[in-house]
Design a protein around this ligand. Sequence first.
Ligand SMILES: Nc1ncnc2c1ncn2[C@@H]1O[C@H](COP(=O)(O)OP(=O)(O)O)[C@@H](O)[C@H]1O
Ligand SMILES: C[C@H](O)[C@H](O)[C@@H](O)C(=O)COP(=O)(O)O
Ligand SMILES: [Mg+2]
Length: 471
Amino acid sequence: MTKYSLAVDIGASSGRLILGHIEDGKLQLNEIHRFENNIVKKNEHFCWDIETLFSEIKIGIKKCNDLNIKPDSIGIDTWAVDFVLLDEHNNLLTDAVAYRDPRTDGMMEEVFTIIPKEKLYFETGIQFQKFNTIYQLFALKQKSPDVLKKAKSFLMIPEYLNFLLTGKKANEYTNATSTQLVNAFTKQWDHELLDKLGINTEMFHEILPPKTVLGTLTEELVSEFGFDMKVVLPATHDTGSAVISVPELEDTIYLSSGTWSLIGVENRFPICVPKALQYNFTNEGGIDYRYRFLKNIMGLWMIQEVKRNYHDEISFAEFVELAQQEGDFQSIVNVDDDRFLKPENMVSEIQKYCKETNQQVPQTPGQIAKCVYDSLADSYKRAISEIEEIFEKSFPRVNVIGGGCQNEMLNQLLANVTNKEVCAGPVEATAIGNIVAQLMALDEVEEIHQARALIKDSFEVKSYKQQYVKG
Ligand SMILES: Nc1ncnc2c1ncn2[C@@H]1O[C@H](COP(=O)(O)OP(=O)(O)O)[C@@H](O)[C@H]1O
Ligand SMILES: C[C@H](O)[C@H](O)[C@@H](O)C(=O)COP(=O)(O)O
Ligand SMILES: [Mg+2]
């Protein structure tokens, strides 16, 4: 009997529900629902519209009935670090504040006065991003200590959505590691760290690994949908799911390219050496307790904001075409400068940066887009050389996965500036990794190697080699 698994993949720009099943030895996908995910202003903070996200999930689940398919399982993955707190009655005590909110400005430096930066890194192995959960909770403690005192439950975004589906509360390992509150070696919440910060440890739940079956739907939802299904924990950090689906990891650097660009490798052990700290690499948790040694690069967020600045009148594909017509234009910005994290206007911010650095100031949409792509490729190249320095080896291949792998110009730019083979695909890597984790929980797929072999056989990967460009 064919088993169907339903992946809910909500990235920072869009969400999608994709059904997956195995047929003729290949993983078949069927996208049944897609929706935008936009940050909203709520109670003076940038927040995620969590109620709308859950409504979209329910709309997508109901569409399975139109296909006469009753999925055997569902799994939810989203972006990392963000969370909600519940009180003793399981009521929301906080909004789902977004990591781009400025509430964490200055918090990292304050935390370092309590726990030295080096100690924090060597114990957690997690990169320093000012929006990590640890700094969000510290900000909350400073501003609303009473809220933190009342909190009985800490749930990250996928876990809160799981709670709405099942009534069950649990933390999942890959996403928990992104908080910078999990010890990289014990793989448990670091209570000593939490105590030092004065954050109550009781609100954290047991950390469960990917492939755990959390439960089934609440009775109310079973009657609303007309069917029940198992709720499985995939790698609930979306990048954790994406990395599962990299078809070939041997001698390969992956680049999960979406709102963020996450570039790295998969390891069996955490690497918290001084050089990794210096270059700000992270050791986020992966499937089967592997480690995702990677770093965040600002990513296609920049072109998403540029697109918004042009009132969404230009598509992502058209930006690529316009950029390709600006072959002679080249200005480079440091994409990882905090000024690009949430600027008022991305186009103006890029223009200001170029003016400040005495470079040609991009004027047209094509010049702006080319500046973004050239600058991302420049940052990718730097990160790749840092990885090769730390591992003392050269990696011949970069595998770009996620929506950004459709950007042929950026793939070619990456091949040109690194002289490495760039393999592009699969596009829906995160959903695929989510689905195979569910299929493993359902015993449809035995283990990760078989899952990756199935993925390799199921999805085309396009290859790019270095091309010499004129001039
Ligand atoms: N046809 C396309 N051509 C070029 N780039 C594209 C295309 N479609 C999507 N993209 C890029 O993919 C990005 C979205 O990737 P995705 O993995 O869906 O993001 P997330 O999961 O963060 O929401 C967009 O910001 C855009 O830059
Ligand atoms: C804030 C985190 O670094 C971010 O969630 C990143 O880890 C990530 O997974 C982003 O995924 P997208 O699909 O939204 O690019
Ligand atoms: Mg994504």
